[in-house]
Design a protein around this ligand. Structure first.
Ligand code: C5P
Length: 299
């Protein structure tokens, strides 16, 4: 999380993520799935402005900085927004009664597998912990984060890369040298995470994450492209013609490798360098793909 002071409060940036590896190992009795996933933060951010309020209330305004025409981007009730829920959870757990006005500017599309909502929630926990001087440790914030969503603890931690296990909430930071240049595209329609998991088949015998971990440890980082995996790709393709079409489009591009991120519907390709990523992004926009960015992973 990048955090800075402005004239009327504080501003923080909440990064998106991609999953270079996501293996569903088993269905759990609690309805979740046991995972082994490698997540990397990327250079695409939502922005959050926090302004202290004298009175005891929480105000949240959300604005979209991406095309409203994308399906699945409708703003729900403020009370359902993860930023609002994170703020209320922090107030309930600490007894803090200070008020805050939050403005969230969304650049990370929803229903995309890019972790936007989770990152916004984690950034809110960290920012308000600092702003309200609550003194919670990162470990304590991660416990609260896991109550908001399986991906949220990853965004509370400082690590740019992590191996996440359990239902995704247990994380081990991965020291990774270098950056990957990526192109990410989101088709017209989003996908529901719960629906994709409901249709997935656990793959206990597929390749484990060890090979990717070794590659990331030893470098060069581009070799990571050859150890990609996502158990959610098959159910996402089954549920969405958009994903199938995007995959076909990516097949025809000169990418090192490509796959779905998280439960989709966004798709990413690993490029030779940042210039190639920008060039491919331009080409995809020209072909009419509704949302495309060229980004890099963070060191
Ligand atoms: O944890 P989160 O609220 O983000 O999960 C959304 C939904 O995705 C869950 O309700 C569950 O259906 C599914 N899920 C799962 N196994 C996981 C993570 C999420 O089945 N490890």
């Amino acid at each position: 999380m990048l955090f800075g002071k402005t004239e009327c409060g504080w501003v923080a940036q909440a990064p998106a993520k991609v999953n270079l590896f996501l293996r569903v190992i088993a269905r759990r009795p609690d309805g979740y799935h046991e995972l082994e996933t490698v997540m990397a933060k990327v250079s695409l951010w939502d922005s959050l402005h926090f302004t202290p309020l004298a009175e005891d209330r929480v105000v949240l305004n959300v604005s979209l900085a991406y095309p409203r025409s994308l399906g699945g981007m409708e703003l729900g009730a403020v009370e359902d927004n993860l930023v609002f829920r994170a703020t209320q959870l922090l107030r309930e757990e600490t007894g803090c009664r200070r008020g805050v006005s939050i403005t969230l500017t969304k650049r990370i599309p929803a229903a995309a597998g890019l972790g936007g909502g989770s990152s916004d929630a984690a950034t809110t926990l960290r920012a308000l912990n600092a702003l309200w001087e609550l003194g919670l440790t990162t470990g304590q914030l991660c416990v609260l984060a896991a109550r908001l969503g399986s991906d949220v603890p990853f965004f509370v931690a400082d690590a740019a890369w992590a191996l996440c296990t359990g239902r995704g909430e247990e994380l081990e930071p991965l020291p990774v040298r270098g950056c990957l240049s990526l192109v990410i595209a989101r088709p017209q329609n989003g996908l529901s995470t719960a629906a994709v998991y409901r249709n997935c088949r656990p793959e206990p015998d597929r390749q484990s994450v060890t090979m990717l971990q070794e590659v990331l440890h030893q470098g060069p980082i581009h070799r990571a492209a050859y150890s990609l995996l996502n158990s959610l790709q098959a159910p996402a393709e089954m549920l969405s013609i958009d994903v199938r079409e995007l995959k076909d489009r990516f097949e025809r591009l000169p990418l090192i490798r490509h796959q779905l991120t998280g439960s989709g519907s966004a798709y990413f390709g690993i490029c030779r360098d940042a210039r190639q990523a920008r060039r491919i992004a331009r080409q995809l926009r020209h072909e009419g793909v509704p949302w495309v960015v060229a980004v890099s992973t963070r060191a």
